[in-house]
Design a protein around this ligand. Sequence first.
Ligand code: SF4
Length: 369
Amino acid sequence: MKFVDEYRDPATITALARRICAEASRRWTLMEVCGGQTHAILASGLDAMIESAVELLHGPGCPVCVTPIETLDRALALATLPDVTLCSFGDMLRVPGSRGDLFGARARGADVRVVYSPLDAVRFAAAHPERRVVFLAVGFETTVPPVAAAARFARMRELENFFLLTSHVRVPPALEAILSAPGMRIDAFLAAGHVCTIMGTAEYEPIVARHRVPIVATGFEPLDILEGVLLAIRQLERGAARVEIQYRRAVRPEGNPAARALVDEVFEIADRPWRGIGVVPGGGLALRESWRAVDAERAFAELASVSAQEPPECRAGDVLRGVLRPPQCPVFGSRCTPESPLGAPMVSSEGACAAYYRYRPVEALEALT
Ligand code: SF4
């Protein structure tokens, strides 16, 4: 497949891994930010190939994983209202809130629908004026432009029955929070290439300048990831720290100006709680005052009383900060499995716990013995 196979060529992967090991004078600690990168690393065994040169820590870049449990409980509360249709992407339906998940609510009769675009939810609202339609909008900067477009589309069609329950998060403040945490031991980051495709790389410049940690905007195929590692290591070996772009076929320093303008029209930067991590200053986006008509938090008084507690057994916060490897969680593979998850990282297709469960069955078994 064009643009895929050439980035998975085994001979080139082996050669690049050898070069990384040859160029590293010591073992460096790198964090890949995105859960998609984590899955590619574990599926391809890249971490084992460069083990002598690099320790790869898995970062917080799984949007489903960092969505606060309160947001899930709010979505569940809305879904149980008789005149509400709750729309979302499919991977949110199995994420546990404190009282079950959206699949369970649907099984009990709630009108919960999977859509492939926020615009589908707007079209549904237009076709069903008797329903109040709420789109559960979560994710990193990559997923925000279509949500902003949906808000605009609903306004254009003068719909009064379309709402957004939003929990969008921003990557750079999370990296700042990780770097500022006590005991931080990360030498460099592989930033998420798709986020940089939208937002560009300028927001990382002050972080690099403040912490002297290289950040390389990196893609998702095995060769992308290894090239990102090599670029980071070359900087570390010569004592440099700068923002660099590996994912050149998609990322420009300025990002996508049209998408950024659309996001800026509808959303503003806000403090946001990250599941398992806590409130990250500037770590999310909130609807601007001028878009309050579509804000589900304002439209539904029922949401004011919703509060939730994380399950105490789940160590998702430690996993998302790279402090704990999933098999080290005491309930990994026993009380917490993809069929019966305690936390979002075991559910999501980008979750680190799900990645270890799927690709590292031996480690999973060892954790149990
Ligand atoms: S294994 Fe399960 S309980 Fe443990 S951190 Fe991962 S999701 Fe949470």
